[in-house]
Design a protein around this ligand. Structure first.
Ligand SMILES: Cc1cc2nc3c(=O)[nH]c(=O)nc-3n(C[C@H](O)[C@H](O)[C@H](O)COP(=O)(O)O)c2cc1C
Length: 317
């Protein structure tokens, strides 16, 4: 058991928020592979407050809630406060605010990583949000805006003073986007300088990476993004943590995972959309197995669950 933000979680290895990826079905898949906690995709605070139906559909619901952090983006304290109140009504256990997204569209509006350049605004937003809700509020930040303004420790100090319960640090600057390597020295520095639990993030790809990151940075937990596109990494890490032998994830189990994800997608998105939205996950899951290229090409035209199930069965053997 791992205690985090007042929750009792199975472990300290979390699924990162990824727009277009960490849907409810994908989160369920990650939980089935032993992820300790999962983030939603980032959700527009403005959209929620406006009552936009499509935006609200991103909110978590149901029994997964106990292990889900709902992530909001925005820049106005009142909007984030009101969106946090809406998010609090859902089954999510944690309300997370995105202060790390470097995407132009988001930063241009003053949200995401743009907030790291406005420490005073960070304080106002977090006081408004933390003062309004009872559920724990967390933030996700980068190491800084650019290499001349590495202020993750300063933002964390402001967060701690505003009532935030934990901070995730992705060890890259906003300027870096996804280039270069994550600087885990920044994660270590923030961990040393704060009493808050710190979640380290960036470039973790194996159980050995996770073990090294936890030991060397001292952070309380880790968050995995891109490597979780093959979600059995959570199982591999959990097994390594229990001292169990390394075991490959066999093709037949990948096939079962694909079918499980398809079933969940159909419940979530309906048959047609559920099938079409499987194309990307099926590409991630099949990568590295023989016949993956052919499989990917063969599914791109399929539009019915029956046809897709047959293609998966043929691939998985
Ligand atoms: C496709 C994609 C979408 C992402 N969407 C979000 C998001 O909605 N909110 C967020 O805070 N970070 C987002 N991220 C960043 C990840 O949460 C994570 O910080 C980053 O990928 C570094 O971790 P990794 O090296 O394990 O992938 C996204 C990353 C990717 C690749």
């Amino acid at each position: 058991m791992f205690r985090f933000c007042g929750l009792e979680l199975p472990n300290n290895v979390f699924l990162a928020p990824m727009a277009g990826i960490t849907t409810r079905p994908f989160r369920a898949i990650a939980f089935s592979m032993e992820s300790g906690l999962a983030w939603t995709e980032m959700i527009s605070a403005e959209g929620l407050v406006r009552g936009d139906r499509k935006t609200r559909a991103f909110l978590p619901s149901g029994e997964e809630g106990g292990k889900v952090a709902v992530q909001l983006f925005g820049h106005r304290p009142e909007t984030l406060r009101d969106a946090a109140l809406i998010a609090e009504e859902t089954s999510a256990s944690i309300i997370d605010i995105n202060m790390g997204c470097p995407v132009k569209k988001i930063v241009k509006g003053g949200s995401g990583a743009a907030l790291m350049r406005e420490p005073a605004a960070v304080g106002r937003i977090l006081e408004a949000a933390c003062g309004a809700v009872k559920k724990p509020v967390t933030i996700k930040i980068r190491s800084g805006w650019d290499e001349r303004s590495l202020n993750a420790a300063e933002i964390t100090r402001i967060a701690a003073g505003s009532g935030v319960s934990a901070v995730t640090v992705h060890g890259r600057t906003a300027r870096q986007g996804f280039t270069g390597k994550a600087d885990w020295g920044v994660v270590a520095e923030v961990t040393r300088s704060s009493e808050l639990p710190i979640v380290g993030n960036g470039d973790l790809q194996s159980p050995a990476d996770v073990e090294r990151a936890l030991t060397e940075s001292g952070c309380a937990a880790v968050m995995i993004g891109r490597a979780a596109l093959r979600p059995w990494i959570f199982r591999d890490i959990a097994r390594a943590g229990r001292g169990e032998e390394k075991r490959a994830f066999p093709r037949t189990e990948v096939g079962r995972l694909m079918l499980h994800h398809l079933d969940l997608n159909i419940v979530e998105f309906g048959e047609r959309r559920g099938v079409i939205l499987m194309r990307r996950p099926l590409a991630w899951y099949s990568r590295g197995f023989s016949g993956a290229g052919l499989f990917r090409r063969s599914i791109n035209e399929l539009e019915t669950p029956e046809a897709l199930r047959a293609a998966i069965a043929a691939f998985a053997g």
